[in-house]
Design a protein around this ligand. Structure first.
Ligand SMILES: *Cc1c(COP(=O)(O)O)cnc(C)c1O
Length: 340
């Protein structure tokens, strides 16, 4: 199969690999899990996930490095975040050891699906956990399934990162003490309407504001927002209802410790955005997607970096982080988890 794959032309689509890892929580504990070739989930019609959306997920990638290793990037942070997400949804958390064991077994079993170094493609890993036991009264399910699947995905940008145009949304993605800070499937279900409307209007993404005052930048719904000031400070919005992106947290470390930039993780007002020199959306899928313009109800904020390419500050951050992920640049200790 691997020989026939045209890695460069892959998109971001479900392309099943031969194996997936599955574990079950029953009678108060997680079993040890195992690999299976069955892509179909068999659950009761009243499963908690189907009735009350009791589900959360993660997303990370496996990379082939220049020297031929297969690695994942800071997967412990994904394991920890999935524990936080599960806890908030009354799902028994998947222990870190089980998450890491599943990840190692899954990637090892599907090595032929890890794209070659230099192809721009990567192996996307999607862990998720959901209520598989039946409920009809509103309560947590009594059985849960943890599943980890993977698929090769193409480069996010084919032929270089092109800046996008985004809009300030009139919808909210999170409530102040709600579930914005966790990777709950339900956050995505209710973002689809706003996302589809934005796409119809020709925008790549929505940027959401804080729901309480609608004056502060939150995030893009699947990516955190970052800025660079005119004097080169890396600024990232802070709020309890922003999902703590692994990419964003890693970029803060790269900026401060490797590139000697000043880093500010703080509340960011929409009104100060026109002062910034660069803007980007960050997450595992794209690493950094440059933003050229933000449309705020017809008032357009244009970043001086324009619509042709990523600005110099973000480009340096992008090159360094992807260099670390691909094993070209030595990053902080423990950032690469070696699988093979
Ligand atoms: C997953 C996700 C991100 C990006 O997080 P990474 O860990 O960098 O992939 C950003 N925002 C939301 C809402 C997310 O669900």
């Amino acid at each position: 199969m691997a020989k026939e794959m045209d890695w460069g032309s892959l998109g971001f689509e479900y392309t099943p690999a031969a194996y997936r890892f599955v574990a079950t929580w029953r009678d108060g504990k997680w079993d040890e899990g195992q690999l299976t070739t069955d892509p179909t989930v068999h659950i009761n019609e009243c499963a908690g996930v189907l009735q009350y959306a009791q589900a959360c997920f993660e997303g990370l990638k496996a990379y082939r490095t220049e020297d031929g290793r297969v690695v994942t990037f800071r997967p412990e942070l994904n394991a920890e975040r999935m524990i936080d997400s599960a806890t908030r949804l009354e799902i028994p958390p998947v222990p870190k050891e089980l998450f890491m064991k599943g990840l190692d077994e899954l990637v090892k079993a599907n090595l032929d699906m890890v794209p070659p170094y230099g192809s721009g493609a990567t192996l996307y890993v999607r862990p998720y956990v959901f209520g598989s036991g039946e409920v009809i009264g509103v309560k947590p399910a009594d059985e849960y399934t943890f599943r980890m699947i993977c698929m090769p995905v193409g480069p996010y940008f084919k032929g270089g990162a092109k800046p996008v145009v985004v809009k300030i949304s009139d919808f909210d993605r999170a409530a102040p003490k709600g579930t914005g800070g966790i990777k709950a499937a339900l956050n995505y279900a209710m973002s689809l309407y706003a996302g589809t409307r934005a796409h119809e209007e020709g925008f790549a993404e929505n940027i959401y504001l804080d729901p309480a005052t609608r004056t502060k930048i939150e995030e893009a719904g699947g990516m955190n927002v970052v800025f660079i000031t005119k004097d080169g400070t890396f600024v990232t919005p802070k709020s309890e209802s922003i999902l703590p992106s692994v990419t964003r947290r890693s970029l803060e470390v790269v900026a401060k410790d490797m590139l000697g930039m000043k880093v500010e993780h703080r509340e960011v007002l929409l009104s100060e955005v026109p002062e910034f020199a660069e803007c980007g959306l960050v997450g595992t899928a794209a690493v950094i997607c440059p933003v050229g313009k933000i449309n705020d109800h017809g008032k357009v904020i244009e970043f001086p970096t324009g619509m042709d390419e990523m600005g110099p500050g973000l480009q340096k951050l992008y090159d360094t982080l992807t260099g670390i992920q691909m094993g070209r640049i030595e990053g902080p200790e423990g950032w690469l988890h070696e699988i093979k």
